[in-house]
Design a protein around this ligand. Structure first.
Ligand SMILES: [Zn+2]
Ligand SMILES: [Zn+2]
Length: 405
């Protein structure tokens, strides 16, 4: 069993011993360009950056979008006790996948060690990866040059179709269909398999097959879901991206267990991502929409795939006692109605103790009786499930919701 330890740094305390656990942390999930408009805050506006912690202690970073800055800031002890250093896999050189590098604080700390991996671009030639990093900090684009980065950096070229081992983990690369090239990565850890395939447009037979190979039997399949199927078939054809429907088809054909919709369009509001997620869930059993702060663990006994959002409600909380009626959907997709007491409330959300187990990232209608100018009044709120934990009371789960418009 996994227990959230109450910290807002996304860390968990593992209550079980022995079982190998892999953790996948989502630091940036937005495609193309960061977004800061309030309509996108719930899923998050930072560009792609994932962190994978393997059971042997190897740390992988997948892509260096703006999410990398937050990872660096919360990573107070880089390499703490780990001799392997950190392995950074970069899918391609478009801005949204590299723009976090100059803002990654651990790169400015001596004795830290990073190994970067990506492909030789035909536009840049030998040392592509190093050139890209130097170019983005060149005059007049950045105030200091790369020489102030005191951490040790090594650059390794990898080609599509390669396999190599890091610690106890096997990495496989495949080319994806994207302008100027893009690599997908499959990471096989002792606790399960993660396939990371973003920035990919379906429709090229050879590369579609590559994707199938990359995803075959994966526990987690992180896929580009930037466009709607309608956009993909018309105005956005040739832009190098995919849709939730293509992700579902690939997951089914390749036997992937959980699909994560990723690389959300900057113009997709939270409500639009909600609707994309609902459609995908109608077609495939286990689907999540990638959200900043989400943590997926693999390998916990009895619960092979778990998703949490540990740091969502950071606002001041108040202990309260409101009677509430909650309507929602269970994990199995059944409707439920339940009377309960709201015992913890902030402006952003609340904690509810429920007998039903609602689905993560589903909506709950929360109706509360609260004192108003004319006595007790009904307050109706729409909550969005971000967290599920063991409740203090037996037979109930503690459900964290954030309130949405
Ligand atoms: Zn991208
Ligand atoms: Zn791209």
């Amino acid at each position: 069993m996994l227990v959230w330890n109450g910290a807002f740094d996304g860390s968990f305390a593992f209550a079980h011993m022995g079982a190998p656990i892999t953790r996948l942390n989502f630091w940036g999930v937005r495609g193309s360009t960061p977004t800061v408009d309030p309509a996108t805050w719930r899923y998050g506006g930072n560009t792609p950056c994932l962190e994978l912690e393997a059971p042997d202690g190897t740390q992988f970073i997948l892509d260096c979008g703006t999410g990398l800055r937050m990872l660096g800031n919360r990573w107070t002890a880089p390499n703490g006790g780990k001799s392997q250093g950190t392995h950074i896999l970069i899918t391609h050189y478009h801005w949204d996948h590299i723009q976090g590098v100059p803002f990654f604080a651990p790169l400015y700390v001596p004795n830290n060690e990073f190994q970067f991996y990506s492909f030789r671009s035909k536009f840049l030639g030998r040392g592509s990866l190093k050139q890209v990093f130097e170019a983005q900090m060149a005059v007049p684009y950045f105030p200091v040059d790369m020489s102030v980065m005191s951490a040790k950096r090594k650059f390794q070229e990898v080609d599509g179709g390669e396999s190599f081992t890091i610690g106890e983990n096997k990495i496989t690369t495949r080319w994806l269909n994207h302008p100027q090239g893009c690599l997908g990565f499959r990471i096989e850890t002792p606790a399960g398999i993660v396939a990371y395939a973003t920035d990919n447009e379906p429709g090229n037979d050879k590369l579609d097959e590559s994707l199938q190979e990359l995803v075959a039997g994966a526990d987690i399949f992180v896929n580009d879901a930037q466009f709607t199927p309608e956009q993909l078939g018309a105005t956005r054809k040739g832009w190098g991206h995919s849709s939730w429907l293509e992700g579902v088809k690939t997951a089914r054909q390749a036997g992937a267990k959980t699909l994560v919709l990723f690389h959300h369009d900057p113009d997709s509001t939270d409500r639009m991502v909600d609707s994309i997620l609902r459609k995908a869930r109608d077609e495939f059993d286990s689907v999540f929409a990638a959200s900043e702060g989400m943590v997926i663990t693999l390998g916990a006994p009895g619960e092979p795939v778990q998703a949490h959002m540990p740091g969502t409600r950071t606002a001041l909380r108040r202990a309260v006692q409101f009677q509430a009626k909650v309507c929602g959907l269970t994990e199995g997709g059944k409707e439920f109605v339940e009377e309960t007491v709201v015992c913890d409330l902030s402006l952003q959300g609340a904690m509810l103790a429920l007998r039903h187990l609602p689905q993560l990232q589903s909506e709950l209608q929360v109706t509360m009786d609260a004192p108003g100018p004319n006595g007790e009044e009904r307050v109706q709120l729409r909550g969005y499930v971000v967290r599920i934990d063991d409740a203090q009371e037996k037979g109930r789960v503690a459900v964290g919701v954030v309130f949405t418009d």
